[in-house]
Design a protein around this ligand. Structure first.
Ligand SMILES: Cc1ncc(COP(=O)(O)O)c(C=O)c1O
Length: 490
């Protein structure tokens, strides 16, 4: 590491002017907010120890919240913030609130909604970032953080098969990344969308995704000002994958009625069932009709890490843009998505803006000129530290382990009469119990009541299913047995 610049140190010292005499001494900093360094260290050490103890208890306890919520609401109501309380007592209050008041993603039998047990490097990154609190809107303010994020995005894009000049940025999650894709598609279709909004189009703009898509797409259509009905939810082929013939027919029908198709969205890992739409077929249609092509690989995209399994994502490399959430299968802490884009210059055409007070104005570099957010947290360090510490191979092994565990769960429950109704290469099963155990809703309720594991109820291809997703990197053989037992013995 090179030494810090010395020019400031060698400059002649300015004479210190006397403070204004009439105003009296300035008030000291608020000590509750900014305690002395020794006190901070003491509390930091205490927190580290207490959090480790809480996590050890969670692994042994219920995956479900056990807090009596009525009593908790009463307790909350007493916080009127009139009288300050000692921080340590507040920490002693907060840790049990989380220990007993949430579904535990850190429980090894949380077979849940793509939310991970966060990797330790990602947690370290949060701690570092929380301490420095860089403002990552501008490259002048946080040059190292902006460069690091751009590097991670480029490397992930390259791994996904995008070309050298690809780009993108970190987002709050998959929804923001998907929203960014829609804005790119609308602006590329009609650059006047930037100034005139939907009025720029000769007819209503519309886009296509499957009826199994993540419902963020419906909200996003609303947010973008083109209306929820602009999200055309295309039929699937009966196995949870978008039907290419239904997609082609929908585009033709919209064109004939004066609508303006702008975007095709393929899901690479549907939320309910981990199904991968025909990525090549969608790319062909997008190319034929001159539409933007986005792959929503919010969860499944992490499969690029596995040499053995990444072939399931063939066709991803043909997309104009993609969503991959680091806070899903890359196992970072929450609030860490990625928008990847084939042509790095596209987002600046969407988010360009001038603000005289900002310290830099590089449209190709500055996050505030390239993305939906303005003030932004330094998210990229989480994935940087995870990838740097484990390598692609470590992340690949994490993915392969989950897929292998999914296969074992499948064998275990099929032997007990369950039917698996999805055929995903990823780590999620949608299953129907044998009639003797009751319907999926009853089974899920019983499992959750037992607290032994967390699974969810979902709908897949018009039927209720029990959804089981392996998300926790430390789930053991014994945990799988307990899950299988919880699903079959009540
Ligand atoms: C396929 C898909 N896309 C988008 C999202 C939304 O991501 P986020 O919750 O990070 O906004 C999800 C969330 O599960 C998803 O599964």
């Amino acid at each position: 590491m090179s030494a810090a610049p010395t020019s400031a140190a060698s400059a002649p010292a300015e004479p210190i002017s006397a403070p204004p005499t009439t105003a009296g001494p300035i008030a000291p900093p608020c000590e509750a907010l900014f305690p002395p360094v020794a006190e901070r260290e003491r509390i930091d050490d205490y927190l580290t120890r207490e959090l480790a103890r809480a996590q050890a208890r969670i692994v042994q306890g219920s995956a479900m919240p056990t807090l009596a919520m009525d009593a908790f609401r009463d307790e909350l109501a007493r916080f009127d913030f009139a009288v300050p309380r000692p921080l340590k007592s507040l920490l002693d209050w907060s840790i049990p609130v989380l220990e007993h008041g949430i579904v535990h993603l850190t429980h090894p039998r949380y077979f849940g909604l793509f939310n991970p047990n966060p990797s330790f490097p990602a947690q370290c990154a949060d701690r570092i970032v929380g301490s420095f609190n860089p403002q990552v809107a501008s490259s002048a303010t946080s040059p190292a953080a902006v460069a690091l994020e751009a590097h991670v995005i480029r490397m992930v894009g390259r791994r996904a098969g995008f070309p050298l000049h690809s780009g993108g940025h970190f987002t709050s999650g998959g929804s923001e990344a998907n929203y960014t894709a829609l804005l790119c598609a609308l602006t590329r279709a009609h650059p006047e969308f930037a100034t005139d909004g939907a009025r720029a189009f000769p007819g209503p703009p519309v886009f296509y995704t499957s009826k199994e898509c993540h419902r963020s797409w419906v909200k996003i259509a609303h947010q973008a000002g083109i209306g929820r009905s602009a999200a055309r939810l295309v039929a699937t082929d009966g196995t949870g994958r978008m039907s290419i013939s239904a997609l082609a027919a929908a585009i033709a029908a919209d064109r004939a009625s004066g609508c303006v198709p702008v975007l095709i969205v393929a899901s690479a890992g549907t939320t309910n069932a981990g199904m991968i739409d025909p990525l090549g077929g969608c790319a062909d249609l997008a190319q034929r009709h001159g539409l933007w092509y986005h792959v929503d690989a919010a969860w499944g995209g992490a499969m690029i890490a596995s040499e053995k399994l990444r072939g399931a994502l063939d066709g991803l490399e043909r997309a104009d843009s993609a969503t991959i959430d680091a806070h899903k299968w890359f196992a970072t802490t929450m609030g860490c998505g990625m928008f990847l884009v084939r042509d790095a210059s596209t987002p600046s055409a969407v988010f360009q803006v001038t603000a005289s007070y900002m310290p830099s104005h590089e449209s190709s570099v500055d996050p505030y000129m390239n993305s939906a957010q303005w003030s932004r947290r330094f998210l990229g360090l989480r994935l940087f530290l995870s990838l740097a510490a484990a390598g692609w191979s470590g992340h690949g092994a994490h993915i392969e382990r989950a897929v292998e565990q999914t296969a074992r769960i499948r064998r275990g429950i099929e032997a007990r009469g369950y039917s698996v109704v999805n055929d995903s290469p990823l780590a999620v099963l949608t299953v129907v119990p044998p009639p003797r155990l009751g319907d999926p809703r009853t089974v899920v309720e019983r499992v959750l009541k037992s607290g032994r594991a967390w699974v969810s109820l979902a709908r897949f291809e018009e039927q209720d299913v029990v959804r089981i997703c392996v998300t926790h990197g430390e789930t053991s053989e014994q945990d799988l047995s307990i899950l299988i037992d919880a699903l079959t013995h009540f």
